[in-house]
Design a protein. Structure first.
Length: 204
């Protein structure tokens, strides 16, 4: 087991498994938040995905004394001025279901001719001292008139990916992970990870 630790600022087991798999060939020990004593929740009140990801990564790194990785992502609709954006998860209220979120968005889009939208993801690795590296990904698409497909989660049933003419909820997970905003950000992270490890070592 490597003595170089990178903690993922999440308790989401799916994300932890995904990151561990992605970075399995590298000399680094990936740990989840649940392997440490509890720390307070971070208030995600940034104006951008990058700000929120940095807040989570830096807060976690500073609290635990080891480098931390966090991500933030969401859907931006041009006809709605970029909404729901950083409020994607809470767009229809704190405890709203995925169906309630995308139905609210479809209602807001009634009568809109410009239905272009994009998913965006920011991944940030931060050190306890505050310095950081950021990796971003974006996937362009459009908002459908009605939900289609049963795969995925969140706004996937109403986000059309034009090259395949399918919604994210109609695309198999493996294919979606390759073309999605998070997939693109992850690919950049993996491509640069040797440099990331060198940066982590120099920053000790």
């Amino acid at each position: 087991m490597s003595d170089k630790i990178l903690v993922l600022a999440t308790r989401n087991r799916g994300k932890i498994t995904e990151l561990r798999g992605l970075l399995s060939g590298f000399d680094i020990n990936i740990r989840g938040l649940d392997e440490f004593d509890p720390i307070p929740e971070v208030k995600e009140d940034g104006r951008t995905f990058e700000e929120n990801a940095y807040k989570k990564a830096y807060f976690t790194a500073n609290a635990l004394g080891v480098p931390a990785l966090a991500d933030d992502s969401g859907l931006a609709v041009r006809a709605l001025g970029g909404e729901p954006g950083v409020h994607s998860a809470r767009y229809a209220g704190a405890n709203a279901s995925d169906e309630e979120k995308y139905n609210k968005l479809l209602k807001e889009m009634e009568g809109k001719t410009d239905r272009s939208a994009y998913f965006e993801c920011a991944i940030v690795i931060a050190l306890p001292a505050g310095s950081s590296m950021t990796f971003t990904g974006r996937c362009e698409g459009a908002i459908t008139l009605e939900p289609m497909g049963n795969e995925g989660f969140g706004y996937d049933p109403i986000f059309l990916y034009p090259p395949l003419n399918l919604t994210f909820a109609q695309i198999p997970l493996e294919e979606k992970n390759r073309i999605s905003h998070r997939g693109k950000a992850m690919a950049k992270l993996k491509e640069e990870f040797e440099r990331v490890i060198n940066w982590l070592e120099l920053s000790h």
